[in-house]
Design a protein around this ligand. Structure first.
Ligand code: 5CA
Ligand code: ZN
Length: 404
């Protein structure tokens, strides 16, 4: 699937700082320590509604990861999926009497525009599930050969007991997992399952639903297997970082890891599992199913500078849960104007110390709020260094993705 255009990323002087991030698996901030090519997988959208600020905040967090790795001298191999067939998409298309493929295409196109406007670096491989069904089928066949799949009325399930490491991503007990599994697309009460937590790998064709041929009959993939199959194909096992919002920690990333670990007989699926906090509106998590949304595209259409949206999102630490309010956008616009005014001056305070500070804050579990505060302090002062405004423009661009 087509990705979106990449913005130029200026090269900065000196050396970047090795990135540390909070890994859900080890419940600690740890160094990422990639090889020459850092490998990242970030779960993509289910395209049944437009990009809201919660999505944008999550993709922005991982955009910072990519920028920090590049700054530290790594190549970055970045993969993202699109869940372009799944229950919520089909249900929304049904509800609105539209074709599910047209709905998906339209929302993916809008997502590309939103990401481009926010200057989010595109994935190298942007992979739709529909296009990846042969990969998924191949992986389910491997799981079956490994004795890690069983049938319930024609549907195929993954027994979580087949992975000794099941639970390592989220650190949850089965009692804690059960309600989350039910809430987030799982079917703990399905009769015939060996364990209520066993995850659907393949859903046999139902009347009125799209289906694809496979060695185990026509049907479509379960949710978690898509991210196992796509990540394995393009990144291999033990890639550096898997990312998404905190609502993906369990069951999605847990199950994807287990599927991949059992299919390959190796572990871990990813060396770090990193999760962004949830953005709320009116006291509840912004979600397509609840409809309490602020869309990036609506803000853009209303004439909001995407760089102000980006700055408003960067003003919150990626791991915290927070609530969107209108005044934040006004404050971000004012901040953007102050920064732009400062880099238009013919001179300023030296940029070297600021570059060190911004690198240090971002490398410390992506502390963007502290990095923004450092730029604020630079912009408040005057100075005689004539090279500084251009250098600050470059660092805001390369590390924060803010075009001044
Ligand atoms: N297609 C699957 C992943 S394979 C999916 O979760 N799609 S999604 O469209 O529902 O979400 C896309 C990404 O946005 C996920 O990482 C999700 O965790 C994140 N996300 C969704 N809602 C919010 C929110 N309110 N705040 C922050 N991130 C969110
Ligand atoms: Zn995913």
């Amino acid at each position: 699937m087509r990705s979106w255009p990449a913005p130029e990323v200026p090269r900065l002087p000196g050396e970047g700082v090795p990135l540390h991030v909070y890994d859900s698996g080890s419940r600690a901030v740890r160094p990422t320590d990639p090889g020459p090519t850092a490998r990242m997988y970030v779960c993509g959208i289910t395209p049944y509604d437009a990009t809201h600020l919660g999505h944008a905040a999550t993709y922005l967090a991982f955009d910072l990861v990519g920028r920090l790795w590049r700054d530290a001298g790594h190549e970055v191999l970045y993969v993202q999926n699109v869940t372009d067939v799944d229950d919520p998409l089909l249900e929304r298309a049904d509800r609105d009497g539209q074709d599910w493929q047209e709905l998906a295409e339209r929302e993916i196109a809008l997502f590309r525009e939103d990401m481009t406007s926010l200057r989010i670096l595109p994935p190298d491989h942007y992979v739709g599930v529909v296009g990846a069904i042969p990969l998924v089928a191949e992986m389910i066949s491997t799981l079956r050969e490994n004795g890690a799949a069983y049938e319930v009325d024609g549907d195929i399930y993954f027994p979580v007991s087949s992975d000794v490491d099941f639970g390592a991503v989220s650190g949850l007990s089965p009692a804690q997992m059960l309600p989350l599994f039910a809430e987030r697309g799982g079917d703990p009460d399905r009769k015939g399952k060996k364990d209520p937590l066993d995850a659907l790998l393949w859903r046999a064709e139902r009347p009125g639903e799209p289906a694809w041929d496979s060695p185990f009959g026509p049907g479509r993939p379960g949710w978690h297997i898509e991210c196992s199959a796509i990540s394995l194909k393009y990144l291999g096992m033990g890639f550096d970082l898997e990312g998404g919002g905190s609502d993906l920690t369990f069951p999605h990333h847990e199950m994807s890891a287990s599927h991949a670990q059992v299919a390959t007989g190796s572990h871990p699926h990813a060396r770090a599992y990193v999760h962004a906090g949830m953005v709320a509106l009116d006291g509840e998590k912004m979600s397509k199913s609840k409809g309490n949304l602020v869309f990036v595209s609506k803000l853009r259409q209303a004439g909001t500078d995407p760089m102000a949206i980006r700055l408003a999102l960067l003003g919150h630490h990626y791991r915290s849960d927070w609530e969107w309010t209108g005044p934040e956008l006004v404050a971000a616009q004012a901040r953007l104007a102050r920064w732009r005014a400062a880099v238009r001056l013919t001179s300023g305070p030296p940029a070297g110390p600021l570059l060190n500070e911004v690198r240090r804050h971002l490398a410390d579990d992506l502390n963007a709020p502290a990095a923004l505060a450092a730029v604020d302090r630079w912009a408040e002062q005057t100075g005689t260094d004539t090279g500084a405004p251009a250098q600050v423009r470059a660092l805001a661009d390369a590390l924060l993705g803010i075009a001044l």
